[in-house]
Design a protein around this ligand. Structure first.
Ligand code: IMP
Length: 427
């Protein structure tokens, strides 16, 4: 069973990148299975700090194969930018290292405009999207009118398809939103040029995955965003338009569940969210601000300040269920140093009743009506960043971790204790 899936257990930004980076070293193929350039994580390579949005973190290991899977959506222009940035610092990003599944859908500039227009139209109910065109691109996929990466192989036909879809989008921009259309010619030119550059990277993604697994090689499935942003199991409608959950790895890469060895959930030691939507344990006070400052909680893609709050074990229990988590990685526990007492939500009160389950399927309004029931835990003062074994953590930090394991029913195998690549307690 050579596949490992790494997922976010909250609303994204749990620090998946670093855990993926750690695992990538032991894997043969690292594959992104959902989302597009709405995601973002910072990696440090060759002394440079850079933000990756779509290219899997495994790209920093030249001997590994990175796959952008069929469940993702690709903006060819931002992908080329990312490749350029990587090459500038000496990272090799040829067709051998980076492969793009022919079934991945493509994001057009008009998808971005439609995303922005829809957000403006929603007014108070805006999702707070990253405006990268994610919703409109997945909508076109579902409507069966989308453009797929594989079409880039035939540049002439591709140019026609880009022109056609851009024109359809322009009509929507004009007629539905009263906006100016985008100039079609330059988009077609940019996209056909991009097609020439990206075509050598195209592969049959599912076939590559099948071959990898058949040879007993190891596959790492890298999820973007988090479970609570899942289109089906998140806090709908305040979600993204893809499936960040473990099931999304199967549909996004095209392989079966019997290959899955482990599902690792990445959880921040507290909770954050960017964008709108319910967040039961949100803190709009000094502690929330402290978490934001100490944890540097600002979005990598949009720079937006993240909303911060206490750890929510109701969420983690739910997430363990829908993903079949086998282990947890707890990140940024160092950020909690100096907060006394710590609180963890262990249940909710909803309509006068105590509930232990996260009511995601009942929708955002039900979640918004949940009042967290907290358990208080003693904090610690020490700086944790140099600690490399769980037993060396302050007793109260150890107790905090053990309590999470008890509440969620999943062992914590990795603990992030600081911003450096090596600031991690490993099993
Ligand atoms: P979209 O994915 O741009 O459509 O945005 C939908 C929601 O998902 C918004 O609340 C975004 O802030 C959130 N979101 C999308 N990508 C990420 C991410 O990588 N980290 C955290 N939140 C994200």
């Amino acid at each position: 069973m050579p596949a490992t899936i790494i997922i976010g257990t909250q609303w994204g930004d749990e620090g998946k990148g670093r855990v993926v980076d750690y695992f990538a070293a032991k894997m043969d193929v690292i594959a992104r299975y959902n989302g597009g350039d709405n995601a973002g994580h910072t990696v440090v390579a060759e002394g440079h700090k850079l933000a990756l949005h779509l290219v899997p973190s495994g790209i920093l290991y030249p001997e590994k194969t990175c796959l952008i899977g069929a469940g993702t959506i690709v903006n060819p222009l931002t992908l080329l930018e990312e490749i350029k940035t990587l090459r500038e610092i000496g990272v090799e990003v040829g067709p051998k290292q980076l492969k793009i599944a022919a079934g991945a859908h493509l994001i057009l500039p008009t998808h971005r405009s439609l995303d922005g227009a829809s957000e403006t139209r929603r007014g108070e109910q805006a999702i707070g999207t990253t405006k990268r065109g994610i919703g409109p691109t997945y909508a076109d996929k579902a409507r069966r009118v989308g453009l797929r990466a594989g079409q880039m192989r035939n540049r002439q036909e591709f140019a026609k398809a880009v022109r056609n879809l851009t024109e359809i989008h322009n009509e929507r921009l004009i007629n539905l939103y009263g906006l100016e259309p985008l100039l079609v010619g330059p988009i077609v030119d940019q996209f056909t040029e991009a097609a020439g550059l990206l075509a050598p990277h195209l592969v049959d993604g599912a076939a590559l995955v099948a071959e990898t697994l058949a040879k007993g090689k190891r596959l790492l499935c890298e999820g973007a965003q988090g479970t609570l942003l899942d289109i089906g199991y998140g806090t709908y409608p305040y979600v993204t338009s893809s499936s960040p959950i473990a099931g999304g790895a199967l549909t996004g890469l095209g392989f079966g569940p019997k290959e899955v060895e482990s599902v690792i959930g990445i959880a921040k030691a507290y909770t954050t969210r960017v964008g709108a939507g319910p967040f039961p344990t949100e803190l709009n006070d000094k502690i929330g601000e402290q978490l934001r400052q100490v944890g540097q909680e600002y979005g990598v893609t949009t720079g937006r300040p993240r909303r911060c709050g206490w750890l929510d074990a109701v969420i983690l229990r739910y997430v363990a269920q829908v993903n079949g988590l086998t282990e947890l990685a707890l990140t940024k526990i160092d950020v909690l140093s100096g907060i006394e007492p710590l609180k963890v939500a262990v249940a909710y009160e909803l309509d006068g009743e105590r509930i232990e389950t996260f009511p995601a399927e009942w929708g955002a309004e039900a979640v918004a009506n949940c009042q967290p029931i907290y358990e208080e835990l003693p904090g610690w003062e020490e700086d944790l960043s140099e600690i490399r074994s769980r037993e060396d953590l302050p007793e109260n930090a150890q107790a905090y971790i053990s309590r999470i394991e008890e509440l969620v029913g999943v062992p914590v195998k990795f603990i992030g204790v600081g911003p450096e690549r090596e600031s991690m307690i490993l099993p």
